[in-house]
Ligand binder design. Structure first.
Ligand code: ZN
Ligand code: FE
Length: 255
């Protein structure tokens, strides 16, 4: 596999990611929370940027960009729908667009919900998926702009990708997400095992990101609105999936 990834912790709990083609030397950055750690990582690795991919307009995903572009020249790619509130874009993209990034096919997916205009970046050949604040490890982003129905639709489209897809989400929120997940899906053995694994990972000071999509489908309550165990736990056996998802999201907001 010629694509390599590097996870860069930024700010209090954000992640930025580098994607690097070891054959061609091309490098892409996904999100720019702050410039220092990203420029240091590029320097240590001896890589220079070709492309920056922006998932959404929140400050903790774009604030480092100006300083990064002063040090490195790169084309900036982000959602056309968000062009008015993102830094200047070289390429404005929409759902279903294909581009070559790091020498590989990359597909843009609209995953509105956390914000309207949030996009995810999928590299189908290598199975990399950059979801930022849409699908997260054992969670999903808070609904600042979109409706529950919109987020459910976005998550359902992501969940339809192959199980071995590697999910790179934007924050280290996994331990809190795990505590919440146990309140709505306590009898799920796959979740119980993952919660124990996450506690050990964090205790060792390691990152829980990325995760595998198949693992998310088995344990992330926000993908499991159809699950009979969760429905029974919530007393929502006859509700629609969107109603169950909405209830889980409301409970998480108050958790
Ligand atoms: Zn955000
Ligand atoms: Fe964020």
């Amino acid at each position: 596999m010629p694509l390599e990834t590097v996870t860069i912790p930024c700010l209090a709990d954000n992640y930025a990611f580098l994607v690097h083609n070891t054959d061609s030397g091309e490098t892409a950055l996904v999100d720019a929370p702050e410039s220092g750690p990203i420029l240091n990582a590029l320097n240590d690795l001896g890589w220079s940027l070709d492309t920056v991919l922006l998932t959404h307009h929140h400050w903790d995903h774009i604030d480092g960009l100006t300083a990064i572009l002063e040090a490195q020249k790169a084309r900036v790619i982000g959602a056309k729908a968000d062009a008015h509130r993102l830094p200047p874009l070289d390429v404005a993209v929409s759902d279903g667009d294909h581009l070559s990034v790091c020498g590989e096919d990359m597909t843009v997916m609209d995953v509105s919900g956390h914000t309207v205009g949030h996009v995810a970046f999928h590299f189908p050949t290598t199975g990399l998926l950059f979801t930022a604040d849409s699908l997260m490890a054992l969670g999903c982003g808070r609904l600042f702009e979109g409706t529950p129905a919109q987020m459910w639709q976005s998550l359902s489209r992501l969940a339809a990708l192959p199980d071995d897809t590697i999910v790179y989400s934007g924050h280290e929120y996994t331990e809190t997400n795990a505590r919440f997940a146990m309140t709505v899906d306590p009898d799920n053995p796959a979740l119980q095992a993952r919660v124990a694994e996450i506690a050990a990972t964090r205790k060792a000071g390691r990152q829980t990101i990325p995760s595998q999509l198949g693992e998310e489908k088995a344990t992330n309550p926000f993908l499991r609105a159809a699950d009979p165990g969760i429905r029974a736990q919530l007393g929502m056996e006859t509700a629609t999936d969107i109603e169950v998802f909405t209830e889980i999201r409301h409970r998480k907001d108050a958790f």
